[in-house]
Write a protein that binds this ligand. Structure first.
Ligand code: HEC
Ligand code: HEC
Length: 196
């Protein structure tokens, strides 16, 4: 009887100590990628596979593309509706963890209704006009260039409008788009959205 009570008490002590150790280490732990990207899933989808046509998919983008985008949102260099305010809540170390996380996800293939004539026209232009940076039909995220294959068309259209208005700028690209008509640019976006 005595022995059993002692065992019980010892068990409680171990539990209590365990809880203490756990809470101490939980507060000391730096944020990890899963915790941080949990904040993003509501808009960008679980694992960066966006279900909403106005929100870009992040899955499969390069670490550099994610990190640069976050830094540019934070400083305001890149215009935004939401991300500028949101990025201010995070550090460069957080951005690096977010970049690792999304770069490690498999690219998300969207299902969208696209105009086949525009897709074909965009296909004929993309290699010569955009392919030097958006390689392999936009399937590869190179350095700071985001992957565009299968990205949501409404998101791409919003971003292209910002480029055309000169509010979002990228050296090399901002000059190239001036040589193309609105119809050609729209066709290029249909093409990228169609790539699987
Ligand atoms: C409330 C919705 C919302 C949340 C939450 C959110 N985002 Fe965004 N995100 C957007 C929108 C909208 C855009 C397009 C830019 C804009 O207008 O703000 C965007 C754009 C981006 C882009 C640019 C993608 C590209 O293809 O260039 C990145 C990177 C990004 N978000 C990362 C994140 C990360 C990381 C988190 C979590 C810390 C996050 N976002 C949370 C709505 C959101
Ligand atoms: C000189 C290299 C270069 C060329 C050429 C180029 N781009 Fe880009 N593009 C980039 C980079 C780098 C980014 C991301 C830059 C940033 O976030 O500041 C980008 C971003 C974009 C975006 C926004 C994607 C997103 O997820 O937010 C679209 C849309 C786009 N490019 C379309 C095009 C089209 C269409 C062409 C051809 C007419 C083209 N680009 C030519 C380098 C280039």
């Amino acid at each position: 009887m005595e022995k059993r009570r002692w065992m019980e008490r010892r068990g409680q002590c171990t539990l209590a100590l365990g809880a203490l150790v756990f809470s101490a280490s939980a507060t000391a732990l730096p944020p990890n990628a899963a915790m941080l990207t949990h904040d993003c899933a509501g808009c960008h989808g679980t694992d960066g596979a966006s279900a909403s046509p106005s929100m870009p998919s992040l899955a499969g983008q390069s670490k550099q593309a994610i990190v640069e985008a976050m830094k540019n949102f934070k400083t305001g260099v890149r215009p935004s509706t939401i991300m500028g305010r949101l990025a201010k809540g995070y550090t460069d170390a957080d951005f690096a963890l977010m970049g690792d996380f999304y770069a490690g996800q498999k690219m998300y293939l969207t299902q969208q209704t696209l105009d086949p004539a525009r897709v074909a026209k965009g296909a004929s232009l993309q290699a010569s006009k955009c392919g030097s940076c958006h390689t392999e039909s936009g399937k590869v995220s190179n350095d700071d260039a985001p992957a565009m294959a299968s990205q949501w068309l409404p998101y791409l259209q919003m971003q292209m409008a910002l480029y055309v208005e000169g509010k979002r700028k990228t050296p090399g690209m901002s000059e190239t788009i001036k040589t193309l008509s609105a119809d050609e640019l729209e066709s290029l976006l249909h093409f990228y959205a169609s790539v699987k």
